[in-house]
Design a protein around this ligand. Structure first.
Ligand code: F6P
Length: 387
């Protein structure tokens, strides 16, 4: 029986649970055993999280049942009913982490050992570009990790023999919608909805006081959340890293805002993507925008940073659907894989679920960031749109 494991890694995003549920149930449907790795790559590296020192723990084992040992395992078999109710839950119920030990080879060596001990040779990783890069590195190193495990006598040649290839499949779970080769990442539409709700709430108080608000939204290097939130809420001005304003942006913004006010608008909303804020060249600081609106446009202005509210709460219908369809495809991709198949990432392009080479998608995403840093915005957009 094939054993397929799933883990969530990096920043959580609404819909990750739906992906875990789909992978677990589809694996079982195809006659495989499904496993969940808890706390992201940390769970792979830890294998078992000992609540006490190992010696003390083994003492206690005399008093406890084997189930107690199993209950501290970070890599656990998942049954059909274990993922019941997952679809509508936010965050990730199997935990996530930004794991430092897995970035180093010794961490990955231990992770490989734990997978082999559990009899797992296929891993579905739900995460952002960093997590997916880590996964592919793990796959590329796999043969040499096995050799080292045998050399160090951690495992015998017989034990590693059935595990010559590690199948990796990526699912993009991130609110940022920043991965090339896919139109949407799992979580981005829930986050967008949450941002819109928050801006709508700010709107009512802004209108009451005739105030201006500068709202900072997440998205790392990507302006998708800010741009779409601005479009969806009718914001007056939007700052995104992919299209930084010209040198006369102060005048331009104030002119537009004054015009809106002269037409009877009682509130002003300016949205700043965190990527525009963090940009090396000409960063747009929300506090500077506030000062400008106060001094130059004469508006009573406040800054609101939405923060992690944007990542929280229940997944929108779109993310539940995307996570489910992509989780199903991930299991099919595992079962179709041959030793020569490059690791795929499951994408959504023009409303179709498709597979793309994981490494290429990640490399292209990094090229976009580089092009933005180099102020080559046309190239950045071309790369982000390329399929
Ligand atoms: O990648 C998702 C994201 O929420 C980004 O939008 C944001 O920059 C970052 O993660 C925040 O990370 P953390 O939760 O570690 O503060």
């Amino acid at each position: 029986k094939r054993r397929i494991a799933v883990l969530t890694s990096g920043g959580d995003s609404p819909g990750m649970n739906g992906a875990v549920r789909a992978v677990v149930r589809m694996a079982i449907h195809y006659g495989c055993e499904a496993y969940c790795v808890y706390e992201g790559y940390d769970g792979l590296v830890q294998g078992v999280r000992w609540p006490l020192s190992k010696e003390a723990f083994f003492g206690l084992v005399l008093l406890h049942t084997i189930e107690h040992v199993l209950s501290v395992s970070r890599i656990k078999e998942a049954h059909w009913e274990d993922v019941r109710g997952f679809l509508s839950e936010g965050g990730t119920l199997i935990g996530t982490a930004r794991c430092m030990p897995f970035m180093e080879r010794p961490g990955r060596l231990t992770a490989a050992k734990h997978l082999i001990i559990k009899g797992i040779d296929a891993l579905v990783v739900v995460g952002g570009d960093g997590s997916l890069t880590g996964a592919d590195k793990f796959r590329a190193e796999w043969p040499s990790l096995l050799e080292e495990l045998v050399q160090k006598k951690e495992l015998t040649p017989e034990e590693v023999k059935p595990f010559q290839h590690l199948n990796i499949v990526g699912l993009v779970g991130s609110i940022d919608n920043d991965l090339s080769m896919t139109d949407a990442t799992i979580g981005c539409y829930s986050s967008l909805a949450r941002i819109c709700e928050a801006v709508d709430s700010v709107d009512t108080t802004a209108t009451s006081h005739q105030r201006a608000f500068v709202i900072e939204v997440m998205g790392r290097h990507c302006g998708w959340l800010a741009l779409m939130a601005g479009v969806s809420t009718g914001a007056d001005f939007i700052f995104i890293p992919e299209s930084p304003p010209g040198e006369d942006w102060q005048d331009e913004m104030c002119t537009i805002i004054k015009k809106h006010r002269s037409m009877g608008k009682r509130k002003t909303i300016v949205i700043v993507a965190e990527g525009a804020h963090d940009q090396q060249l000409n960063p747009i600081k929300p506090s500077a925008v506030k000062d400008l609106l106060t001094k130059k446009a004469g508006l009573d202005t406040r800054v609101t940073t939405l923060g992690h509210v944007q990542r929280g709460g229940t997944p929108a219908a779109y993310d539940r659907m995307l996570a489910t369809l992509q989780g199903v495809e991930a299991v099919k991709a595992v079962l179709d894989a041959t030793p020569d198949t490059p690791s795929p990432v499951i994408c959504m392009i023009e409303n179709k679920i498709v597979r793309r080479p994981l490494l290429e998608a990640v490399a292209q995403t990094k090229e976009v960031a580089k092009a933005i840093d180099a102020k080559n915005f046309d190239k950045a957009m071309e790369l982000r749109d390329a399929e």
